[in-house]
Design a protein around this ligand. Structure first.
Ligand code: MN
Length: 483
């Protein structure tokens, strides 16, 4: 299901009692963070919030719109995001259709794929108001100054559109944007991300790179910008696939960049080669501040918007926050693609408290000696999963979504010296414990049953379980026990 725009998504949330309007003035300087943090920390994630009076700004701020399992699913146009994972799994294992029934079953997803590529339109609501030159003022937006030691206000739900200077291929990424002043902003392009790669290529060519920062639109767009898609997959194509409708794209006013026509706000500009300005600190999703570092600078050439736009925001900080739900949806939707590379993988849990990168709990169908180590190495070689600091590998019968069960198994099944694999490689640039920024060590623990061929010649005990027969007898007895 596709939404006509961000505000029609907000209306759906409001109709379902999933959005609260706040008419009281609340400042975008720290106060909105404090209110939103308290709501996001509620079990289940609390409601979405619409701050109608963010300080002295007339433009409302929407926050926590993705902040529950239900709203995250609705943002993706489904009742539960597990549906999408199941659908992608079916697509990926689709074999050439044999029977007519198979062919018909196969046709649906194929037709859906064919309808997915974005299509160019002549005009869009995101350009109802066009402000250029000195009229284009970043400080007119109600951008949140999230935490006390932040280096300034940061745009936290941006979709950054750029093209590869060599191939012309589009990328859409979500990288925080620091407002330096009315006309410039910091582009937090991390070294491993595609946006940074585009910028590096433009620097090699000695030319500026054009960029557009879009906010709002169908809520599926921002999800696709944040998702760890392979670099070859166009985020707007994937968005079209998820929403079952092509994304309408409109050309920006001052740069040769296309953006979704149904967005709330678009910031246009260019990034010059070799220019850097201090960016940060920023209270990040790790729950710690990331320090000041030099990053590229966007020079704003235009800001366009709808006539009465809503500013979409989130906050990150000590988990759980709104991004926990985005991360969980990513985990469930991408699991089938990970399984394509690691077929023995049964399930995967990236716990929210470990900020997704720090801990992976995985279960596998173990078949041969050293199998758990093979899986660890595969994970460390796969896309953004390369950043996983600690991997715990369990047998297929362990429910890795149950952290208590994992702790029980790992603590009993491990002989640390034998079962631990320490390695080195790229780590998340947000990791503050690694020896260098972006480079450090990782560890895997084999928590599976050990085989004699792995040097374990003692008996591996069975886990204690009651017999099915006795369980049934007690089930029948239960009502009379008064328990
Ligand atoms: Mn990409």
């Amino acid at each position: 299901m596709a939404y006509a725009c961000f505000q029609s998504f907000l209306r759906r949330l409001e109709d379902a009692g999933e959005l609260r309007r706040i008419g009281e003035p609340v400042s975008p300087y720290l106060e909105i963070t404090e209110v939103a943090d308290r709501v996001m920390k509620r079990s289940g994630g609390g409601p979405a919030l619409l701050f109608e009076k963010p300080g002295s700004h007339a433009m409302p701020v929407a926050i926590n719109v993705y902040g529950s399992r239900r709203r995250m699913s609705w943002a993706l146009g489904v009742e539960d995001y597990e549906e999408i994972g199941a659908e992608i799994a079916a697509l990926l294992k689709a074999e050439p259709p044999a029977s007519l029934a198979d062919k018909l079953r196969f046709l649906g997803p194929l037709r859906r794929m064919a309808a997915s590529p974005p299509k160019r339109v002549a005009s869009g609501m995101c350009q109802e108001i066009v402000r250029t030159d000195t009229e284009a003022d970043l400080t007119a937006l109600p951008v949140l100054h999230c935490w006390p030691d932040d280096g300034g206000p940061f745009i936290t739900l941006p979709m950054v559109f750029t093209y590869d200077p060599a191939t012309g291929k589009r990328n859409v990424g979500m990288y925080r944007i620091q407002i330096h002043d009315a006309r410039t902003a910091g582009m937090h392009w991390q070294i491993h991300k595609v946006g940074a790669e585009h910028h590096r290529k433009s620097e090699e060519a000695g030319r500026p790179i054009e960029a557009a920062i879009a906010l709002g639109g169908d809520p599926v767009y921002a999800f696709c910008a944040a998702a760890p898609l392979p670099p070859s997959i166009d985020e707007m194509l994937f968005a079209g696939f998820l929403r079952r409708k092509a994304v309408p794209m409109v050309r920006c006013k001052t740069v040769d960049v296309d953006v979704p026509a149904d967005c709330e706000i678009v910031i246009e500009g260019h990034v010059d080669p070799d220019e850097r300005r201090d960016e940060g600190p920023f209270g990040d999703h790790t729950g710690f501040y990331t320090p000041i570092e030099p990053y590229p600078v966007l020079h704003v050439t235009a800001i366009t918007s709808r006539r009465a736009p809503v500013y979409p925001a989130t906050i990150v900080g000590k988990p759980p926050m709104e991004d926990a739900w985005i991360g969980k949806a990513v985990e469930r939707i991408f699991l089938p693609m990970v399984r394509l590379m690691i077929p023995e993988l049964v399930d995967m849990n990236l716990p929210v408290e470990a900020c997704f990168h720090n801990i992976a709990l995985v279960s596998i169908r173990k078949r041969y000696p050293g199998h758990a180590f093979k899986v660890m190495n595969a994970i460390w070689g796969l896309g953004q999963l390369m950043f996983t600091k600690m991997i715990f590998v369990f047998d297929a019968d362990v429910d890795v979504q149950n952290v208590a069960e994992c702790v029980w198994r790992m603590s009993n099944n491990l002989d640390p010296e034998r079962d631990m694999l320490v390695t080195r490689g790229p780590v998340d640039v947000l990791d503050h414990a690694s020896r260098e920024t972006g480079f450090g060590s990782k560890v895997g623990f084999d928590c599976t049953r050990k085989l004699p061929s792995e040097g374990h010649h003692r008996v591996w005990p069975e886990a204690i379980e009651m017999t099915a027969e006795v369980r049934q007898r007690v089930d029948a007895l239960w009502p009379r026990l008064g328990l």
